[in-house]
Design a protein around this ligand. Structure first.
Ligand code: SAM
Length: 247
């Protein structure tokens, strides 16, 4: 079952849990919805464990998700839906991804504190903020200029000083800043852009949705110390398409 459908199936039977960051936000009107979002993610992670190979997320990832104010990354009129476990429109025909998918993709990247990470598809900047809670530096590239501009401003206002943004085609990666310890693509690619595997350090991971619309699969590529990559399928997903690339 697709995680989106699974969410609908789970509604009403969610587990309450306490996550780091909750108590610190006594003044935050979204503290309780954010806690509920985390409880939803925990439940869906358990329910998808046979597909994903993960029964639970790392504590670092749940702590990061507990910290980032998702309501600051959505249009004001959608703020009250910010902690529902679903994607939301962010303008220009694009979306902020479903929180469970953000958590899963982040977990699959297995980021260590000193890592330098590339994200392709900045969108709202939310995923970049989650990555920034875990890595030393995040480089994020967005092809739609108004989205890149808004996300840059938003991340600055929220104090994410370890995120570097850029407008451009992430199909080519970010050669000036390569190599990266981890690379995440948050749009659906027809095939894996060769530059991304080239720009990954030996021992690094690339997390990317691959396949035609309607049949995308979330994939993890592990680059071995010999420079060769092995891949595994994680879960069927639905992302907006990765544009750009060779014409
Ligand atoms: N990570 C985003 C967030 O946290 O809000 C959500 C990403 S949205 C699902 C996919 C984004 O990828 C869109 O903003 C889209 O414009 C961008 N995109 C698509 N093709 C791209 C490319 N070749 N290079 C960079 N960004 C691209």
């Amino acid at each position: 079952m697709n995680p989106r459908h699974r969410l609908a199936a789970l509604a009403g039977g969610l587990v309450l849990a306490v996550f780091p960051g909750g108590a610190a936000h006594a003044q935050d009107p979204y503290a309780a919805p954010r806690q509920q979002m985390l409880a939803d993610i925990v439940q869906i992670t358990r329910d998808t464990r046979f597909e994903t190979g993960r029964a639970q997320l790392s504590q670092r990832v749940t702590a990061a998700m507990a910290k980032v104010p998702r309501h600051r990354f959505v249009p004001p009129e959608l703020e009250r839906h910010a902690y529902a476990n679903r994607p939301l429109p962010i303008g220009m025909g694009q979306t902020i991804s479903q929180p469970f998918i953000v958590a899963l993709m982040t977990d699959l990247l297995e980021i260590k504190p000193g890592d330098r990470v590339l994200e392709v598809g900045t969108g709202s900047g939310y995923q970049a903020a989650v990555l920034a809670e875990l890595a030393a530096a995040v480089y994020t590239i967005e092809i739609v200029e108004p989205l890149a501009r808004q996300a840059t401003e938003r991340l600055k206002v929220l104090g994410y000083r370890n995120v570097v943004t850029r407008t451009g085609d992430g199909y080519a990666g970010w050669p000036d800043q390569a190599p990266f310890d981890g690379i995440m693509v948050t749009a659906g690619a027809r095939e894996v852009p060769p530059a991304l595997l080239q720009q990954l350090k030996p021992g690094g991971k690339l997390v990317i949705p691959v396949g035609p619309m309607g049949a995308q699969v979330l994939m993890v590529y592990d680059k071995g110390t010999d420079g060769r990559a092995t891949r595994r399928e994680v879960l069927p997903v639905r992302f907006v398409p990765l544009t750009g690339g060779p014409r």
